[in-house]
Ligand binder design. Structure first.
Ligand SMILES: Cc1cc2nc3c(=O)[nH]c(=O)nc-3n(C[C@H](O)[C@H](O)[C@H](O)COP(=O)(O)O)c2cc1C
Length: 303
């Protein structure tokens, strides 16, 4: 190697080490894709000295957290010898987690054979945290603290598509706080908000499976949509909810029941191809109206 190319090489290594992102190279010709280079930025990000990772596979940074959806993408790209970007949870030497935006690029030799992969590793934890906070803000009702209507509509549409595809029944509930306007007038708006918060929490607690979505629907009305084919199970959840609300024991002197109560109207329905969200809400609303007309504090569910 002449002195000019020697100088270029030194400069390249120096430049790689100056980058605050991690830069690494693995040997793709050897089993286990061992690390053959890891930059200073990589050391700073992970807390590992580069000598400690030499010859190892980078999966060591995942610890036991190896069931990550983006790994599927990464494995498939690597198997095809293609470039890929994946965001992974990784763990520093001290065990703390950071989000690693990993960008890998294949390197082919003069014979067209895959010889190496190079990577740029970026710590994107701050960005992911912001995205998560934004998502929570976008999906949460600021008063009750549970899901808002926007998120409910989105999840409802999702669950309805699944129910149609797998031919599952679904339940839709509308839950109303009885005599809530009177409550607000007597006890004031902040007591009203607190009451919505407490009841909202009971509803979210009673319907928390991944196939459920509970939300504040409008004003003093909450809604629940859930994939379920078991009417008895649904009644059990509703009973749990009624018990939780009754345990709150929030005084309401303008209600004939003396405390804050709820009324639930709902349906369980096997959707067909043409069933719409609006239709199901309307059916649940009819049940709710009938129950409210009877003085509230009751449940009106029909399949
Ligand atoms: C150049 C390169 C750099 C990599 N860097 C990381 C990394 O920083 N963190 C990580 O979790 N995985 C990294 N990987 C991915 C893992 O080495 C491994 O390919 C991945 O876990 C999927 O393979 P496995 O199913 O055998 O674990 C990197 C892969 C390559 C090719």
């Amino acid at each position: 190697m002449n002195s000019a190319s020697n100088l270029t090489q030194l400069l390249l290594v120096k430049a790689l080490n100056e980058s605050s992102d991690g830069i690494a190279i693995v040997d793709a010709r050897k089993a286990g894709f061992p690390v053959i280079y890891a930059s200073k930025g990589f050391e700073n990000m992970t807390g590992y000295a580069s000598a400690e990772v030499m010859g190892k596979n980078f999966r060591l940074f995942q610890g036991s957290d190896t069931n990550q959806s983006e790994l599927v993408l990464l494995r498939s790209a690597m198997a095809k010898g293609e470039a890929c970007i994946a965001t992974l949870r990784n763990y520093r030497k001290d065990g703390t987690m950071y989000w690693n935006e990993l960008c890998i690029t294949p390197v082919y030799d003069d014979d067209g054979l895959l010889s190496h992969f190079i990577s740029i590793q970026k710590n994107v934890s701050a960005k992911i945290l912001l995205e998560q906070q934004l998502k929570t803000l976008t999906n949460t009702d600021p008063v009750s603290g549970i899901n808002n209507r926007r998120h409910f509509d989105e999840r409802f549409s999702n669950l309805l598509s699944i129910a149609k595809r797998i031919q599952s029944e679904m339940s839709v509930l509308l839950i109303n706080l009885d005599y809530f306007k009177d409550f607000n007038e007597r006890y004031g708006q902040s007591a009203g908000d607190e009451c919505l918060q407490k009841v909202g929490r009971c509803i979210a607690k009673s319907f928390q499976r991944t196939s459920d979505c509970a939300a504040r629907f409008s004003g003093e009305e909450f809604s629940v949509v859930s994939l379920s084919s078991n009417l008895e199970g649904l009644h059990q959840h509703i009973q749990k909810l009624c018990e939780l609300v009754s345990t709150l024991n929030i005084p309401h002197s303008d209600s004939p029941h003396g405390v804050v109560t709820i009324t639930i109207g709902g349906i369980q329905h096997l959707p067909n191809r043409d069933t719409t969200q609006e239709e199901l809400i309307e059916l649940a609303n009819l049940k709710l109206l009938a129950a409210t007309r009877n003085g509230g504090n009751c449940v009106n569910i029909l399949d």
